[in-house]
Design a protein around this ligand. Structure first.
Ligand SMILES: Cc1cc2nc3c(=O)[nH]c(=O)nc-3n(C[C@H](O)[C@H](O)[C@H](O)COP(=O)(O)OP(=O)(O)OC[C@H]3O[C@@H](n4cnc5c(N)ncnc54)[C@H](O)[C@@H]3O)c2cc1C
Ligand code: SF4
Length: 483
C-alpha cells in the first residue's frame, strides 16, 4: 500500500468529459484523461483493505489493490502485469464497464470510491504507449483445434486464452469486422473502434485465425442483422473438423413493442440505428441497409437503459430536433436505497455523458399506441403509470386521465435483448435452449451436444462486456482442462 493515508488526503477526482459544445459535433471519445501525476494520486486512495470487496464485485476478479499500489509507486509496467493477469482486455472494460467494483469499494461506504475503472484504463493505455503490450505467441502448439463462433468480447477472450495455451483457434465471425456489440452496438464516443483493431492485430500476430464475413449456419435463414455479405459455413462441418466448437454468438433478439400502429414507418430497433452509425464511421459501405437518420427529427427513445442512452447521444450528434427518452419504470433514487446497502450494486439514477448533451427524460410512462400519418409515425400515445409493491411483486397500473401524446418522427426501441436468434446453428447442432431462448448448458459450458460449448450472452442472456470476457476466460479454462 503506497500511501496509508492517501484516502484521507486526496479527494476522488473523475476525469470528466470534453465540453458538450465540442463533443456534440463529433463521434470521438467523450471521456478525457487525468495527468499521470493526478492518476497516481487517485490510486493512492486505495486502502488495500483486508477484505477487498472490489475483487468480489468484479466479474473477472481484478486484483485492484495490487495494481493501485504499483500505479501509485510509478511502476506502470508492474501495474499492467498485475492487471493483465486477470483481464485480457482492460482497454475495453476501462472504457465501458459500469464499474461494479466501485459500488463495492470499502472507501465508498463512507466516502467516494476509488476511480478504479479510470485507473484501469490509464494503466493499459500507458502500457501500450510504453510498448510493453506486444504479441506473445505460445512456445508450442498442442495439436488441438477449437472453433470459436462469434467475435464479441466472449469469443475474443476465449480465443485469447486458448491460443496462449497452445490450441489452434479459428474465430468465425458472421459480420464484416470483429468485435460484436463492442463494434456495432457501443457508440464510438464511448469506445473508439481503433482499440478493437489494435487488440485484434496482437491476437493475429500471436496466431489466432479470424474468419470474418463467415456466418456459421444455413443459408436459408439469411444474414439477419449481420452485414449482408459473406459466406455460410455448415455447423456440422465445423463440429467434425475441430476438437471442440465454442459458441459465443451473443443474445441478439431485441425486444419489440407490439402496440397498435407499430407497422408505421419510422419505428426501428435501437441496434439497427446504432449499428448503422458505427458502420459508417468505420468506413463500411451501408448499401442495401435501410438508412435511418435522426437529422431534423423529433426522436423518441423507448427504454431508459444504456442502449437508450447511446441512442440519445447518437441522435443528438446526428442533429435531431428534439430527443425524448421514456421509461416505463419509475425514476430510480439518486442515492443508494436502504434495501441495497453497500457493498451491493445499487439501482440508482444514472446520468450518462449523452444525457448531459441534451434531451428530455420521462419515467413511469407506458406507450399505448403509435399514431401515424401517411404510413409514417407521427406521435406516440402514452400514459403515466403507478407502480405498487404487493407482497414483494411490483404491479403496474395506469393513472386514469393521464394520457398524453409525444410528437415523434423517429422512434427507437431500446428495450433490451432477450436471447439468441440462431436458426441454423442451434437447430443443426441439436442444441437445447432454456425457457428464455438462451443456449442451455450443463455444468458450466457444455451444451446438449458434447462437442459444442457455449459462453457469453448466448448462454447467460444479455449482460455486460466484463461478464462476457469473464465467461470467455472461464470457458477457455474449462476447455484447457477437458482437452
Ligand atoms: C447498444 C449497446 C450498448 C452496450 N453498452 C455496454 C456498455 O457500455 N458496457 C457494457 O459492459 N456492456 C454494454 N453492452 C452489452 C455488451 O456489449 C454485451 O453484453 C457483450 O458484447 C456480449 O458479448 P458476447 O461476446 O457474448 O456477444 P456479442 O457482443 O453479441 O457478440 C456475438 C458475436 O457473434 C457473432 N455471431 C452471431 N451469430 C453468428 C453466427 N451464426 N456465425 C458467426 N458469427 C455469429 C455476431 O456477429 C457477434 O459479433 C451494450 C450492448 C449494446 C447492444
Ligand atoms: S472490469 Fe469493471 S468491475 Fe472489474 S475492475 Fe474494471 S471497472 Fe471494475
Amino acid at each position: 500500500m503506497g500511501d496509508p493515508k492517501g484516502f484521507l488526503k486526496v479527494q476522488r477526482r473523475s476525469a470528466g468529459y470534453r465540453p458538450v459544445e465540442e463533443r456534440i459535433n463529433d463521434y470521438s471519445e467523450v471521456e478525457v484523461q487525468l495527468s499521470d501525476e493526478e492518476r497516481r494520486l487517485q490510486a493512492s486512495r486505495c486502502m488495500d483493505c483486508g477484505v477487498p470487496f472490489c475483487h468480489w464485485a468484479c466479474p473477472i476478479s481484478n486484483v485492484m489493490p495490487e495494481w493501485q499500489d504499483r500505479l501509485y509507486r510509478n511502476d506502470w509496467v508492474g501495474a499492467w502485469a498485475a492487471l493483465q493477469d486477470t483481464n485480457p482486455f482492460p482497454e475495453f472494460t476501462g472504457r465501458v464497464c459500469p464499474a461494479l467494483c466501485e459500488a463495492s469499494c470499502v472507501l465508498g461506504a463512507t466516502d467516494e470510491p476509488v476511480t478504479i475503472r479510470q485507473n484501469e484504463l490509464a494503466v493499459i493505455e500507458k502500457a501500450f504507449s510504453l510498448g510493453v503490450v506486444v504479441p506473445r505467441p505460445p512456445k508450442h502448439r498442442n495439436g488441438k483445434k477449437v472453433a470459436v463462433v462469434g467475435a464479441g468480447p466472449a469469443g475474443l477472450s476465449a480465443a485469447w486464452y486458448l491460443n496462449r495455451a497452445g490450441f489452434t483457434v479459428t474465430v468465425y465471425e458472421g459480420d464484416r469486422k470483429v468485435g460484436g456489440y463492442l463494434r456495432y452496438g457501443i457508440p464510438d464516443f464511448k469506445l473508439d473502434k481503433s482499440f478493437i483493431d489494435r487488440r485484434v492485430k496482437i491476437m493475429e500476430a500471436e496466431g489466432v485465425i479470424f474468419k470474418t464475413r463467415t456466418r456459421v449456419g444455413s443459408a436459408q435463414y439469411g444474414f439477419g442483422t449481420l452485414g449482408k455479405d459473406g459466406e455460410f459455413i455448415d455447423p456440422k462441418e465445423l463440429e467434425s473438423s475441430n476438437d471442440l466448437v465454442l459458441l459465443t454468438i451473443g443474445a441478439r433478439e431485441a425486444r419489440d413493442l407490439k402496440a397498435p400502429g407499430r407497422e408505421n414507418a419510422g419505428i426501428v430497433q435501437a441496434l439497427d440505428f446504432l449499428a448503422l452509425q458505427n458502420r459508417s464511421l468505420g468506413g463500411e459501405n451501408n448499401e442495401g441497409l435501410e438508412p435511418i437518420t435522426a437529422w431534423g427529427k423529433r426522436v423518441v427513445v423507448i427504454g431508459g437503459g444504456d442502449t437508450g442512452s447511446d441512442c440519445v447521444g447518437t441522435a443528438n450528434r446526428q442533429g435531431a430536433k428534439h430527443v425524448t427518452q421514456i421509461e416505463v419504470l419509475p425514476r430510480p433514487p439518486e442515492h443508494r436505497p436502504d434495501e441495497e446497502p453497500w457493498p451491493l450494486w445499487p439501482k440508482v439514477l444514472k446520468t450518462s455523458s449523452s444525457h448531459l448533451e441534451g434531451g428530455e427524460r420521462l419515467w413511469s410512462v407506458n406507450t399505448k399506441a403509435f399514431n401515424g400519418r401517411d404510413g409514417k409515425v407521427d406521435s406516440i400515445h402514452a400514459c403515466k403509470v403507478d407502480w405498487v409493491n404487493q407482497d414483494g411483486r411490483w404491479n403496474m397500473s395506469e393513472v386514469s386521465g393521464s394520457d398524453f401524446e409525444i410528437g415523434a418522427d423517429l422512434v427507437l426501441l431500446a428495450m433490451g435483448f432477450t436471447h439468441v436468434v440462431q436458426q441454423g446453428v442451434v437447430e443443426d447442432l441439436g442444441l437445447v435452449t432454456d425457457e428464455r431462448g438462451n443456449i442451455r448448458t450443463r455444468g458450466s459450458f457444455h451444451t446438449s451436444n458434447p462437442k459444442v460449448w457455449a459462453a457469453g450472452d448466448a448462454k447467460t442472456g444479455a449482460s455486460l462486456v466484463v461478464r462476457a470476457i469473464a465467461e470467455g476466460r472461464a470457458a477457455a479454462e474449462a476447455i484447457i482442462r477437458t482437452l
